[in-house]
Design a protein. Structure first.
Length: 321
């Protein structure tokens, strides 16, 4: 049984002001599953719905349709009181670290509080663990950081503190939303390694959200590619990288300088900008940008079909009918 399952998730937001309200469907009919101890990498352009899907997964958002199952339990409509105990087991490392911390708490308080509340540690013991973890993520000496407020840390430093907080909790399931996007290249690799070490040690599952498909090729077990609120390709990460099927996945890989020299397929450059999720194109949502688009692509939405073991693609090139 998978640790986490999403079944036909739909998530919408209302945007615009009075009299001109409209709905954005940020996630449209997405299903996926993540087994215990594995990493599911979610990739796609800005605005494709990755963060929204991550928040639905943790029930930080309640989807308008579909189901979220954690350990087989349907948590889609659980009231907040019943969700709270699950927060000890699954949490978000958010894209924006400033939104993740209480601005009036010190770093030491913010990181030790969950250990005191959830695990019943003495304050001094909790602070000891916090200091060790801060040193692990390179915030050294830890004494210099524990008494500071979040706004007295740089974005990269705070992101590392937030990662340290997640690791202190020994979670079962983590949604890591661009966890290293604010970090210098020099520290990025060591933070990813630390996350992977923890994952192995505590048999955690990770939903790893990023724009960096090359990073996913190195760390993820499965990759899901999102485009305009939908999954368009999914499969074991080495297969998706070595033999990407969807023109969108191919385009993402074509855009990476080092990778694009060694593609086993023709380089694809998409025309124009990513579409508007509030007003997505008809048929296949990529058709206005896709060099292979036919008339059918403009009219009919392709189904997301299995094209091999564990491999799925949403494209008329691979679907009869
Ligand atoms: N709270 C919200 N209210 C209204 N619209 C939202 C909200 N959150 C996200 N959206 C919209 O939903 C769509 C998907 O956003 P989301 O943040 O999930 O994308 P993303 O793939 O994480 O992008 P990025 O790579 O830039 O982080 C976008 O059109 C966005 O504007
Ligand atoms: Mg995001």
């Amino acid at each position: 049984m998978p640790l986490l399952e999403l079944d036909k998730i739909v998530m919408e937001f209302e945007i615009g002001s009075f009299g001109r309200k409209k709905k954005v469907r940020a996630v449209d009919n997405v299903s996926l599953s993540i087994d215990k101890g594995l990493i599911y990498g979610l990739v796609g352009e800005s605005g494709s719905g990755k963060s929204t899907l991550g928040r639905v997964t943790l029930r930080l958002y309640k989807p308008v349709a579909g189901k979220v199952l954690f350990n087989g339990q349907d948590i889609t409509r659980l009231p907040e009181g019943k969700i709270r105990p699950l927060r000890r087991r699954m949490q978000l490392i958010p894209q924006d670290p400033y939104g993740a911390v209480n601005p009036v708490q010190t770093i030491g308080e913010a990181l030790s509080e969950p250990l005191i509340v959830h695990y019943g540690l003495e304050a001094s013991e909790a602070m000891g663990q916090v200091k060790t973890m801060l040193e692990n993520v390179g915030l050294t000496p830890a004494e210099d950081f524990i008494n500071r407020k979040p706004f007295n840390l740089s974005g990269g430093q705070l992101q590392r503190a937030v990662i340290a907080r997640a690791m202190l909790l020994k979670l079962e399931y983590i949604v890591a939303d661009e966890p290293t996007s604010n970090l210098d290249a020099s520290i990025r690799a060591s933070i990813v390694k630390l996350l992977l070490d923890f994952k192995r040690k505590y048999d955690q599952s990770l939903q790893f959200i990023t724009h960096d498909i090359v990073l996913l090729s190195l760390i993820a077990d499965k990759i899901g590619v999102m485009h305009l609120a939908q999954l368009v390709e999914e499969g074991p990460s080495d297969e998706v990288i070595k033999n990407p099927l969807h023109p969108y996945t191919r385009a993402l890989l074509s855009a990476i300088p080092l990778v694009s020299q060694e593609l086993g397929f023709e380089k694809i450059l998409l025309k124009g900008e990513i579409g508007d999720p509030a007003n997505p194109p008809t048929g296949c949502r990529l058709h206005p940008r896709c060099p292979y688009a036919s008339e059918k692509c403009a009219k009919e939405e392709p189904p997301f079909v299995e094209v091999g073991i564990g491999r799925k693609v949403k494209c008329w090139l691979y679907t009869k009918g």
